[in-house]
Design a protein around this ligand. Structure first.
Ligand SMILES: [Zn+2]
Length: 378
C-alpha cells in the first residue's frame, strides 16, 4: 500500500500521469496505477505536476542583519519544495543556520559564503583575513549534506580594494573541497565581468546573469561579451538571481533573442523584495520568463532538473522512481498582469504560474491558492 497516490496529473508536455509515493520516495510512475494508498488526490488532468521546484538563490537565514527571511515563507507557501540560501551564512554561523532549518517544512540547503562572517555586513569580502580556508573546510566537512556550494559576491561594494583576490581564494577553496559548485555574484564593477568570467571553469555559476548594470553580459551594442562567450563554451552556468537590483527585461530579452538562455531561474528573494516587490516569489519570476517568451516546459526545467544538476543534488529535480518525493502541483492563470523588473522596466503578460500545492518528502502541503481551488479534499 502506498502512502500517497496522485492521479491524473498533467505534465508540461501534456501527458497525463499517476505518481505513487512510499516512505518519502517516488515509488511508481504510470498511466493507470490502481494500488491502494493511504491518501489519494485526483488532479483530473486539469492541474500540472512537476518535480518539486528548487530556488537556487534565496536568502533565508532568519538572523542575517541584512538579507533575511523564513524558509517556509519563500518555500512551500509558494509551491517551492527546496530553497538554497546563497551566501547569507559563512562558516561562523553555519551550525546555527543548520539547526534553525531543521524546523522548516521546506528543504533548505546552504551555499556557504567564502567569508566566514557571511552577510553580517554588506562588504563581507573587504577583509581578506575573513576568507579562511581551514575554517571553511571544517564547516563544509561537518555539513556535507547541507552545504552544496560556495559563494563569492564579486562587486565593488563587497570586495572594496581587493579586486579579484577573493575569487582567486574561492577557486582555491573549491579545489580543496571536492570541486564544490561555486556561485559568483556579478554586480557593480570593479571587478569587471570580463576579468571575473576568465577565472571561471566548467560548472561555476554566474548569478544575476541578466543584470542591467554596466557589468552586464552584453556589450553596449547588445552583443554577448567575448569573455562570456568563452565562459559559456567552457560550461559556466547562467543563473537569473532576480533580486531587487539585478534583473533587466531589456537585457534578458536581448540575450534570449540571441539564444543565451538561463540555465537556472532563481529569485534572490528575502523578506523585503518578497513583500514590496519586484521579486514576490519564485513563481512570479518564472511567470516573467513566460511573458518574455520562454516555453513553460523550459521554465520548469530551469527550476527542477537544471537547478538540481547545477548543485549536484542527485536525489531531487526529476520525476523518477527512487528520487525524493518532492513534487509541485500548479496551474497557469490566464489573466492580464503587469510584471516589473529591477530597473523600472515592465512588461504586460497574460499568463502566471499558480502554485496549488507541493509535496515534500511525501507530505502534501496546500498553498493558499490550492485551498481556494478546493482541489485536494479527496
Ligand atoms: Zn543574493
Amino acid at each position: 500500500m502506498y502512502d500517497l497516490l496522485i492521479k491524473n496529473g498533467k505534465l508540461t508536455n501534456g501527458d497525463i500521469i499517476d505518481v505513487a509515493i512510499l516512505n518519502g520516495k517516488i515509488a511508481e510512475l504510470g498511466s493507470n496505477i490502481n494500488e491502494v494508498a493511504t491518501k489519494a488526490i485526483d488532479l483530473q488532468g486539469l492541474h500540472y505536476l512537476s518535480a518539486g521546484w528548487v530556488d537556487l538563490h534565496t536568502h533565508c537565514y532568519p538572523l542575517s542583519p541584512i538579507y533575511n527571511d523564513e524558509p517556509d515563507l519563500i518555500g512551500v507557501t509558494h509551491g517551492v519544495t527546496t530553497v538554497v540560501d546563497a551566501g547569507s551564512v559563512g562558516a561562523d554561523d553555519i551550525d546555527d543556520f543548520y539547526r534553525l532549518t531543521q524546523q522548516s517544512a521546506t528543504n533548505v540547503y546552504s551555499i556557504l559564503n567564502i567569508s566566514r562572517i557571511g552577510l553580517l555586513r554588506q562588504d563581507e569580502l573587504a577583509d581578506m583575513s575573513d576568507i579562511d580556508l581551514d575554517v571553511a573546510k571544517t564547516a563544509i566537512t561537518n555539513h556535507s549534506n547541507f552545504v552544496v556550494g560556495i559563494k563569492a559576491r564579486m562587486s565593488g561594494s563587497v570586495v572594496k580594494n581587493n579586486g579579484l583576490a577573493p575569487l582567486v581564494r574561492a577557486k582555491e577553496m573549491q579545489a580543496q573541497n571536492n570541486n564544490l559548485p561555486l556561485m559568483v555574484h556579478v554586480g557593480n564593477n570593479p571587478p569587471n565581468l570580463d576579468d571575473i568570467a576568465e577565472l571561471l571553469t566548467e560548472g561555476d555559476i554566474i548569478t544575476h546573469c541578466y543584470n542591467g548594470k554596466p557589468n552586464r553580459i552584453l556589450t553596449p551594442e547588445g552583443e554577448l561579451k567575448e569573455s562570456m562567450k568563452k565562459a559559456i563554451k567552457r560550461g559556466v552556468i547562467l543563473d537569473v538571481g532576480h533580486g531587487g537590483a539585478s534583473f533587466s527585461f531589456d537585457v534578458a530579452e536581448q540575450a534570449i533573442k540571441k539564444g543565451i538562455y538561463p540555465d537556472t531561474i532563481s529569485s534572490d528573494i528575502y523578506c523585503k523584495n518578497r513583500i514590496s516587490g519586484p521579486v514576490r516569489s519564485l513563481s512570479h519570476i518564472m511567470s516573467k520568463f513566460l511573458t518574455i517568451g520562454l516555453p513553460m516546459e523550459q521554465v520548469i526545467e530551469c527550476v527542477t532538473t537544471n537547478a538540481a544538476n547545477a548543485l549536484k543534488i542527485t536525489t531531487k529535480g526529476r520525476l523518477e522512481v527512487g528520487k525524493d518525493a518532492d513534487i509541485t502541483i500548479f496551474n497557469i492563470l490566464n489573466e492580464p498582469c503587469t510584471f516589473e523588473d529591477s530597473e523600472q522596466g515592465s512588461r504586460k503578460g497574460s499568463e502566471s504560474f499558480l502554485p496549488l500545492a507541493c509535496i515534500v518528502s511525501g507530505k502534501l502541503i496546500t498553498t493558499q491558492h490550492g485551498e481556494q481551488h478546493n482541489v485536494f479534499n479527496a
